[in-house]
Design a protein around this ligand. Sequence first.
Ligand code: DO4
Ligand code: MG
Length: 280
Amino acid sequence: MKIFKTTQGVIMTHETDLYLLEELDWDYLINRDGLYDFLLGLIGSLHAKAVDLIPTDSLPPIQSQEIWAAGVTYLRSREARMEEAKDSGAADFYAKVYEAERPEIFFKSTAARAVGEGGQVRIRRDAKWNVPEPELTLYANSNGNIVAYTIGNDMSSRDIEGENPLYLPQAKCYDHSAAIGPCLYVPATPIDANTAISMRISRKGEEVFAGQININQMKRSHTELIGYLFREMSFPHGVFLMTGTCLVPPNEFTLAEHDLVSISIEGIGTLTNTVTLKAN
Ligand code: DO4
Ligand code: MG
């Protein structure tokens, strides 16, 4: 089951059927245990009207939630970070956090700074080495239970982080540095560990990077990451957590203005964003 926040209202898809849900506040709709059963129960009721609409104008599937991110959860990310930090002498921190019991978790974005399907992600004007990070993104409700998934792009400035890991918030947090969407995927059971995630970057119509991997390559479990996030913090509306990247373009690659980044996750769909710079 998928739910799309759109300009027409909330559209739910189940198998091949589409339903327009009665006007429901997004925060209220998604923040519940048993979200799948709740949505299923709406089918056939007056609260869900069967429609023919195609959810083309989806908004980011977020309202009052914060977006957090986990890092160095895949071997590939550990290697890439160690390489970019080798001149700063900080490479060891990435090796340590990959092995440590406590994961790396950092604040990524407010809803207002994030964009959704078809939106414009940004690269910083003061960075020279920028990449998208395709990440399976969890939605955990206020009880800390994972009830939905979406696709995330954790845009990152590798030269800023590589210069000094204390610059991480500047490398990761700026306007339009996070994209999530196109929908919330609400399965009956946790997402399959063999799920594939892929990314394609194109420039002037030509593919400049493509890669695919399964999320079962991740070193940590989803419940472990959410458990750490909720240890000393509460999220009254639930929270999104990007789970880390496993697809890193080669070191000589950096994003350019107008590049198109498409991230697909089996069962969820595709999130496509155009790369832009802040207006001068
Ligand atoms: O350690 C810095 C950030 C790591 C990250 O964003 C990732 O592994 O996806
Ligand atoms: Mg990341």
